[in-house]
Design a protein. Sequence first.
Length: 259
Amino acid sequence: MKLYPIGEFHGDVIASAMCDDVMFAITRRKKTVAVPIHVHDYFSIRTLISGVHHYTMDDGTIRHSIPNVWYWSPPHTPHEHEACESDIVSIGIQIPINRIEGLDIPLRAQLRGDTAQHTIRIVQEQLANNASPRILLATMDLIIGCLMQGSEHFEEDWPGWLTPIKTAIDSDFLKVQSVNEIAASANVHPSHLARTFRKHFGQPITEYIRDRKLEWCYQKVQTTDWKLGQIASVAGFADQAHFCRVFKRRYGRSPSDFR
């Protein structure tokens, strides 16, 4: 498994600055490039400037990234990146372990909203011009302070009716209703729900629900002796063959390969 130290990136570096022992960089990764399973030897804060992509953790968790959101990642967490539908341009902040070790930041911590957009703009402008280490490090401290608030979606920037929908899906995705019924429960049109969900989470709502189900299936495959047909049935797949096709498309191997 490849280990990426500070200063190594998955794509081409457009602009960068080393401030004390912290690396700030803007990079571009071609859409055809997939990155096999690996780990980083540092804490990472990153955001997309353009493009959308997802990556898979070694526990089967599927995480998506969209522009204008800062995402937090601890070191030594195995994951892999799939090829994207388009090139992605991102900002990354690589922080040595000993600099902020001990801070209590949730694994899925994100920063959205006005503060996210403001800090993204500052970092981007600094890296595009004569970067000021003082400004960059102060901006990083602001982002970290927000991430430490403990909410997965600090400064939520989506409409209020979307929050209970996502909460309901996350808490009971195996029994989730049809998209039409979900939309009706929030008194919104299904097309409006679909557009709004994709805008804020980077994927269709049906794909989001399927990913949560696949994560559940991954855990069952790894930790139980349930038959594959039983797992497929509980997760709501049409049959075992359909489940195996979808699982392999997402994880690169069939469910039986994980047993």
